[in-house]
Design a protein. Sequence first.
Length: 149
Amino acid sequence: MKKIAVLLLLVTLVLATAACGGSRTPLTAPQFVSKMEAAGFIVVDAADQFPEGVVEAVYLAVGENYQIEFYVVPSVDQAKRAFEENKSDFEALSGGATKYASVNNYSYYTKTTSDGYYVVSRTDNTFIYVSADAQYKKEISGIIEDLGY
């Protein structure tokens, strides 16, 4: 009986670990556009602001008080570099509280200061970027969670 209890505990731990550390599925550009339009944002294609070959897609979901930027780049390495550059820029801001996670194909960084809320979140070769007033933190966090980032 004791062996069965230990075996069940081990299976539970393995399943829980797999669920927490599993890979995420990135949004496609059309999925991002659809979700953000459904949430009431005006979505603008901004890929033409970048040199050819640097991005595959860039969409700005523009709301009344802030915007959420979505990027699809040609490679995971390129997305990782962009994530690290943005994270570094946010870290350079004085003060505030931060959150950071990096598991499998996913990295997430936020910083909250007295006047700003900053997010960069990457899944595979996509990432989301936000720089907004701190008063919108809760609202933005909910949207990003709904997007799976």
